[in-house]
Design a protein around this ligand. Structure first.
Ligand code: SAH
Length: 220
């Protein structure tokens, strides 16, 4: 069936996404809503899928990976309570969409991706759109990026069976980390705060992410 919305501009689609998928489901953080209203998500999906960029589900981005559903991205960003002065580490750059949101909401973004091709495409898209406070590197994000630690916040966009200790070590005292924890088939989003050097864990909602793959970066 042909969608009645197929000829709408990306801007109109984006506004409807923000209203129906985010605001009406309880996302209320103005900075998250504004960033998701501004960042052109369609620029981060492969050309043939652009018409679906504002739909309520993840989309394939190549290398067997996906750009996350808008709602789950909003939940992560709202709970991790970003400040404009924050230095943030992102694990799993993927398309670079969340990187762009972080770039808009924070001072500095460090993002790690294990697939060389995805990292290169994301870097090119982010540079073309003018997101300049971002550094991307190819590698195992589970090891973090010690040269730039400690971070005010860490956002992990891939599922892990337990919170990676190297990442917790690179979180500053009082910092927040968002990570999907659980088996490959389903996880829970966990918000982890570092209080007196200890992890204080708050379990949020169920989710399903691609797995965080340990070890050296993929060859492609
Ligand atoms: N936020 C991204 C999510 C991409 S999916 C987006 O919306 O586009 C998660 C990404 O994590 C994938 O691109 C995958 O290749 C990457 N990934 C998996 N394990 C990783 C690891 N150990 N280090 C870095 N990136 C990893």
């Amino acid at each position: 069936m042909v969608s009645p919305f197929q000829n709408e501009s990306f801007e109109v689609k984006r506004a409807r996404m923000v209203r129906t998928q985010l605001e009406e489901r309880g996302i209320h953080d103005r900075r998250v809503l504004d960033a998701m209203q501004q960042v052109p998500r369609h620029e981060f999906v492969p050309e043939p899928l652009r018409g679906d960029a504002y739909e309520d589900h993840p989309l394939p981005i190549g290398a067997g990976q996906t750009i996350s559903q808008p709602y789950i991205v909003a939940v992560m960003l709202q709970h991790v309570a970003l400040q404009s002065s924050d230095r943030v580490l992102e694990v799993g750059t993927g398309s670079g969409y969340v990187t762009a949101l972080l770039s808009q909401m924070c001072a500095e973004v460090y993002s790690i991706e294990r697939h060389r091709k995805l990292a290169a495409t994301a870097e090119e898209t982010l540079a073309r759109l003018g997101y300049s406070n971002v550094k991307i590197r190819v590698g195992d994000g589970g090891q973090g990026w010690p040269e730039y630690a400690p971070f005010d916040a860490i956002v992990v966009s891939a599922a892990t069976s337990e919170m990676p200790p190297a990442l917790f070590a690179q979180l500053r005292e009082g910092g927040r980390m968002m990570v999907p924890v659980g088996p490959p088939t389903s996880q829970q989003l966990e918000l982890i705060r570092k209080i007196n050097g200890q992890a204080e864990v708050q379990v949020l909602e169920g989710c399903r992410f691609v797995p965080l793959v340990e070890g050296k970066a993929a060859s492609d």
